[in-house]
Design a protein around this ligand. Structure first.
Ligand code: FAD
Length: 399
């Protein structure tokens, strides 16, 4: 007599999504160490508080010093108290920070890649000595004002005006959506002058300078976003960034920050996916774990594929940047793809969490909401499509 043995479903040891790609083997040991250090800081210091910070729309100012003591501020810049790491190490730190919350990565991006980079690249030696060591330590906070209420995607039209009065400059205008604006000590402000767009270092305690915090945000709540008003702000001649002329100067700063986003957004995606894999392993539906169903596994497999491809693209761009430099349209490839895919992953993860997914107990919807801002700032996805389109065809289709 023959007997048929019952079907036994054995569960093999699950592998984490990026381990499936053996990403760690593509990293140098110091790069792995930096990523591990930031991950630990995020998990022990930030993660326990971040849902509360998001809900109460707070980013504690004292975190600046903690980021500074970890060497995260102006991390990829040489000298002046900055760590001077490779671009890849900086990218990995951004990824780990954003695995916590896009607000942390935004703070570090704006401080290091926009405020500090603008001073490092375009400032006088006196400006560098005065500001960079303090900004690197987190003893001072910087912001970067390019966007205006009527000019976001097209900053060439900006209306903030700097006019001469003797040797002084007088600045008038309004900047909008400025990260770190309300708690910054120094603002890099881009303004029209008789010789085109120039950058100015504006101490935020200058007479005529006001920062108004933007409230009721549904995205990037653990981040300070502000309107800046400059009403006859008088600055000495030495406030101008001497080496930055024309729109290419602020755009080069944005390119630096975008590079951090190419990596950073994937941190939000990785955290969403890790959270969801853990949830679906324990959530039982129709008498079995949710993760054991084919529909679930299709979603998890597709998300893992996009996450891994995004990390490979980010690493490729980082290696290029460290070796010979990276072109703006190459950064556009990374920013467009990785933010778009990260947002899609975070939303898909939310579906697998069911009703539980709509609370702050689980990260995916928080990440998805944050990534809506990341999709828009540092060039909207449409602007990056147009930049890639121009590179491919030779025709600019911006207007
Ligand atoms: P708009 O330019 O009005 O765009 C609206 C829509 O129109 C978008 O979908 C856009 O892609 C589309 N569009 C525009 N032009 C075209 C075209 N030619 N063809 C087709 N579609 C087009 N700015 C700073 O300077 N410093 C900061 O620190 C900073 N931080 C920010 C933080 C947050 C949370 C946010 C949300 C924004 C921040 N920004 C900052 C501003 C950000 O860079 C702008 O919001 C962004 O550039 C888009 O500009 P806009 O909001 O005016 O949108």
């Amino acid at each position: 007599m023959t007997t048929t043995s019952p079907t036994v479903h054995r569960r093999t040891e699950p592998i984490r999504p990026l381990d499936l790609f053996d990403i760690d083997r593509l990293l140098e040991s110091d790069e792995r160490d930096i990523a591990a250090t930031v991950r630990k800081f995020v998990d022990t210091r930030l993660r326990p508080n971040l849902a509360d910070w998001f809900e109460s729309a707070t980013l504690p100012k004292k975190l600046a010093k903690e980021f500074g003591s970890l060497g995260l501020l102006g991390m990829h810049l040489p000298g002046y108290g900055c760590a001077g790491t490779t671009a890849v190490s900086y990218g990995l730190a951004c990824l780990e920070l954003e695995a916590g919350d896009s607000g942390f990565r935004s703070f570090v991006s704006v401080q290091g890649s926009l405020s500090m980079f603008s001073i490092h690249r375009y400032g006088s030696e006196e400006q560098k000595q005065e500001w960079l060591p303090r900004l690197a330590a987190g003893d001072a906070i910087g912001c970067f004002g390019l966007t205006e209420p009527d000019f976001g995607s097209n900053p060439a039209g900006l209306r903030t005006r700097a006019r001469r009065d003797g040797t002084d400059w007088i600045l008038d205008g309004t900047k909008m959506w400025i990260t770190n604006g309300s708690f910054a000590d120094i603002a890099t402000i881009w303004a029209q002058t008789d010789e085109g767009i120039r950058g100015f270092l504006v101490p935020t305690d200058s007479k005529g300078f006001t920062a108004n915090t933007i409230h009721k945000k549904l995205s990037l709540r653990a981040s300070v976003t502000s309107e800046l008003v400059l009403d006859g702000v008088r600055l000495p001649a030495s406030a101008m960034l001497p080496e930055g002329r024309g729109l290419s100067a602020p755009l080069s700063c944005l390119n630096e920050a975008r590079f951090g986003i190419v990596f950073g957004a994937l941190g939000a995606a990785r955290d969403s996916l890790d959270t969801t894999i853990a949830y679906t392993a324990t959530r039982e539906v129709f008498d079995k774990p949710l993760s054991s169903y084919q529909l679930t596994q299709e979603k998890l497999a597709n998300m893992t594929l996009e996450l891994g491809k995004g990390v490979l693209l980010a690493l490729h761009l980082g290696r290029i940047k460290d070796r010979d430099g990276v072109r703006p349209e190459q950064i556009s490839l990374g920013k467009l793809n990785n933010v778009r895919e990260a947002l899609s992953i975070a939303r898909e993860c939310r579906t697998l969490l069911g009703g539980s997914g709509i609370t702050l107990e689980y990260s995916p919807l928080r990440h998805a909401n944050n990534l809506e801002s990341v999709l828009t700032y540092e060039g909207t996805s449409e602007m990056h499509l147009l930049s890639i389109g121009q590179a491919l065809t030779g025709y600019g289709a911006f207007r």
